[in-house]
Design a protein around this ligand. Structure first.
Ligand code: ATP
Ligand code: MG
Ligand code: MG
Ligand code: MG
Length: 439
């Protein structure tokens, strides 16, 4: 992409309304624009990152054997009356009446809708196990929307639902989700720690939240520092292998890690003192097993092996895709701007032409651009007539992992400058070698 043809409305001033780094940087880097309280337009750069996260979530869900679909944002109130949650959910639910006087709502989550789909089409234990998910906009009329996309009112969420014949099957689905989530966050360059949590209005007993440690997080967390050494890495996972999934879950759930909702001082004090950590975290996902709560309320049964109808065991599993954009920035930035992890960066490399209009510099930039594209990577070429200092500031702000700086002086010696955003280290190299290093 050539910057002269792109839409990147960077702000020089720090927006006064932004209290935390990620919100400030997303506004300054021209990623989002507030449309109204807690509701944002995703400008091209922000949208690109959002799509990257969405793709990672899809890939890891499909790998785990889960099936993508898409449910609407607007739902009928009748289904929520069946489950009893129409009244229980409270003021976070945006209620809408259509011209026929029918009650609708903008879905804050989808247990009811998916259970209705399930009961309409699935009748036998032979069709199980089944896990369906979608990635769709949600609305919750948060009392205090803040921190930009971190606590929006409209937000993008992956939510998945497993349907199983027995509790044991459903607990395997729970484990499968935990493992697939660990992999998802790692691919985003994040450490998200599963912590025993409280189930809130979804209901149920078994639940973990995934938290990214950050000073600006809204949850208070307590954990054994040993958990931060764990890494899934590139070990191969067979999602049909119950024992393997269970043992990975055991690995991650053995060290103490809880949010303030479930924190237990006595248990925490059993952790060696030097490893006892108290901090704050951003909730970027949550998994639940809630048994037959919705299937019983809504008559989602299947014919069991003995021919008798049994309510299915369910769980629901969410990832805050739009919140993750903010969480990643919270975890990875410096005073100059964002530092994107490789897996989610909107462009792989920025090309800065310090003397736009100089025929040699222009030609060198064009050639570098083409060879980066030939590698299947995306460059963002600053071909504007801004002065070099402003170009560098923009590059630092938007945080691409690499920058290639091209100017007549270097070209005379056959070199360009390659700079790593994370370390700040620069080296002069012939253009081909600079491109090779990025690949
Ligand atoms: P929170 O405790 O932050 O209000 P939640 O527990 O109500 O979140 P869940 O119902 O567990 O949220 O939804 C799944 C995920 O969706 C959360 O883990 C979070 O990452 C994301 N999410 C929830 N509410 C919002 C919001 N208002 N804005 C952005 N993301 C959100
Ligand atoms: Mg909430
Ligand atoms: Mg929560
Ligand atoms: Mg939650």
């Amino acid at each position: 992409m050539r910057l002269s043809r792109y839409f990147l409305p960077v702000l020089k001033e720090t927006p006064a309304e932004a209290q935390i780094a990620s919100h400030r940087l997303m506004l300054r880097a021209g990623m989002i624009k507030q449309a109204s309280a807690g509701i944002y337009s995703w400008l091209p750069l922000g949208f690109k990152v959002l799509r990257k996260l969405e793709n990672i979530v899809h890939e890891e869900q499909v790998r785990a054997g889960h099936t993508p679909m898409l449910m609407p944002t607007l739902q009928s109130a009748d289904l929520w009356r069946e489950s009893g949650r129409y009244d229980d959910y409270g003021e976070e639910m945006l209620r809408i009446t259509d011209r026929q006087g029918r009650d609708l709502l903008y879905g804050p989550t989808n247990e009811e809708l998916i259970t209705d789909i399930f009961r309409s089409h699935v009748g036998s234990y032979k069709d199980l196990p089944l896990t369906l998910y979608h990635i769709q906009w949600k609305f919750r009329d948060e009392i205090r929307p803040r921190f930009g996309v971190m606590r929006g009112r409209e937000f993008f969420m992956k939510d998945g639902y497993n349907f199983d014949l027995t509790k044991e099957d459903a607990l395997h689905a729970y484990n499968r989700h935990m493992v697939s989530y660990l992999r998802t966050y790692e691919r985003m360059g994040l450490q998200a720690i599963p912590m025993r949590a409280d189930s809130g209005p979804i209901g149920g007993d078994d639940t973990h939240e995934f938290l990214v440690l950050a000073e600006t997080g809204e949850s208070e967390v307590f954990y054994d520092s040993a958990i931060t050494d764990l890494k899934l890495g590139d070990r191969s996972v067979d999602y049909d292998d119950w024992d393997q999934c269970a043992s990975i879950v055991k690995e991650w759930t053995t060290p103490y890690a809880r949010t303030d909702e479930t924190h237990d001082d006595a248990k925490f004090n059993e952790v060696p003192e030097a490893r006892r950590m108290k901090s704050r975290g951003i909730e970027v996902g949550q998994i639940f097993y809630f048994g037959t709560k919705y299937s019983e309320a809504m008559g989602a049964t299947v014919q069991g092996k003995d021919g008798k109808p049994v309510p299915v065991h369910m769980g629901s599993h969410g990832i805050g895709v739009s919140r993750l954009v903010g969480a990643i920035i919270e975890a990875s930035h410096d005073d100059k701007g964002i530092i994107w992890p490789e897996g989610v960066t909107p462009f792989h490399v920025g090309i800065v032409n310090v003397k736009q209009g100089d025929s040699e510099a222009d030609a060198a930039c064009d050639a570098i651009y083409k060879s980066i594209e030939a590698l299947g990577l995306e460059p963002l070429y600053d071909d504007t007539s801004d002065r070099a200092g402003a170009k560098f500031a923009t590059q630092d702000l938007i945080g691409l992992p690499w920058r290639i700086t091209v100017g007549p002086r270097g070209l005379k010696n056959g070199v360009v400058e390659l700079t790593c955003r994370r370390t700040g280290a620069s080296e002069e190299l012939p253009p081909e070698q600079a491109v090779e290093k990025i690949a």
